[in-house]
Design a protein around this ligand. Structure first.
Ligand code: 3HC
Length: 303
């Protein structure tokens, strides 16, 4: 059955090579997924060779884990490793027909990244952004062909979470949307088509939950009380565990985007940016087990 709003699958373009811009944790996670499920070459780039190497190293590490867990054979591990390459040369993207970015969540940065890559890629290539909550239409503002840009939003941990939000802008064309839906299917994810609105569907809801949790802490309720109160509600993770999973900097960015778009509906957190710089809210033992909360950076404000 065709998902709501999805155009005809026959319009989808074949994907023979994937280009990934950004070699951070999220990008490396989905680069591996593209290699495993599409079985096509995946080239990954970032600002410098050290970042590229770190991303490729992460992917190799995950392939080794899959092998150790006997999810893949040694032959398959070798095949997957051979399909992943790192580069700092944009010319290596020339024959990619699907190019996806997960760089720093700042509009100007993403606009420039796409405008730059467009000079190196085929006019037929599809462009996708993994933005958490920025306007996909604005991200494509400097493109010569914004109709080939679509939002393709993964969730953490990428290998486990079953959803992809496919974000359609007012100008995304049917071939692009159809390709995105077919690619999501090949990645074995459920895809929903969303409007190009801040936070799309999932982050809009999570921003509410995490924003209120932060506001409670900002105004004097302890981390323990907020997280502990939510613990028996059947959520897979309590709010502050989730905030750390998505990354405090990403979380702060998502909250800022929502506050800017809907100031009457979303709080600006007094502490989240400081916490993001500080780096953590949870106190863990050497094995990563949660021991409690790290209150190092929190300042209570009136509210
Ligand atoms: N990274 C990678 N893999 C992880 C992981 C992590 N942080 N945490 C767990 N996993 C893997 C484990 O290795 C295991 O894999 P395996 O089956 O291959 O061995 C699998 O997940 C299950 O792990 P557990 O047995 O420890 O399972 P849990 O029952 O504890 O579930 C969870 C772990 C799936 C992460 C679960 O806690 C969960 O669903 N949490 C909520 C996650 C969520 O809401 N994500 C969305 C965040 S929003 C977002 O990402 C959008 C962005 O734009 C901000």
């Amino acid at each position: 059955k065709r998902p709501a709003g999805a155009p005809d699958k026959a319009l989808a373009r074949p994907i023979t090579k994937v280009g990934v811009i950004g070699a951070g944790l999220m990008a490396s996670q989905f680069a591996l997924l593209f290699v495993r499920r599409l079985r096509v070459p995946v080239v990954i780039t970032d600002l410098d060779q050290a970042r590229v190497d770190k991303g490729v190293e992460y992917i190799h590490g995950e392939i080794a884990t899959l092998l150790a867990k006997k999810r893949i054979s040694a032959d398959e591990a070798n095949r997957l490793r051979a399909l992943v390459t790192g580069t700092t040369d944009k010319a290596d993207f020339a024959d990619a027909d699907w190019v996806i970015e997960a760089v720093f969540e700042e509009l100007g940065v993403k606009q420039d990244v796409f405008a730059e890559i467009e000079k190196h890629i085929s006019p037929e290539a599809i462009l996708a952004t993994n933005t958490s909550s920025l306007s996909v239409e604005k991200i494509g503002a400097k493109l010569a062909h914004p109709e080939r840009l679509v939002g393709f939003h993964f969730f953490n941990p990428v290998a486990i979470m079953p959803l992809i939000e496919v974000v359609k802008t007012p100008v995304t064309n049917d071939a692009t949307l159809s390709t995105a839906m077919v690619v999501a299917g090949k990645l074995r994810k459920n895809a929903v088509i969303t409007r190009d609105t801040p936070g799309f569907v999932v982050n809009r809801l999570l921003a509410k939950l995490l924003g209120e949790a932060m506001h409670a802490v900002d105004t004097g309720t302890s981390f323990e009380v907020v997280d502990g109160a939510l613990a028996p509600f059947g959520l897979p993770m309590t709010p502050f565990q989730l905030l750390e999973l998505v990354g405090l900097k990403v979380g702060a960015h998502v909250l800022d985007t929502h506050h800017a778009a809907f100031p009457e509906r979303f709080f600006e957190s007094a502490n989240l940016h400081t916490l993001a710089e500080y780096g953590k809210v949870l106190d863990r033992d050497a094995k990563g087990k949660i021991k409690g909360f790290d209150k190092g950076a929190v300042k209570i404000v009136a509210g």
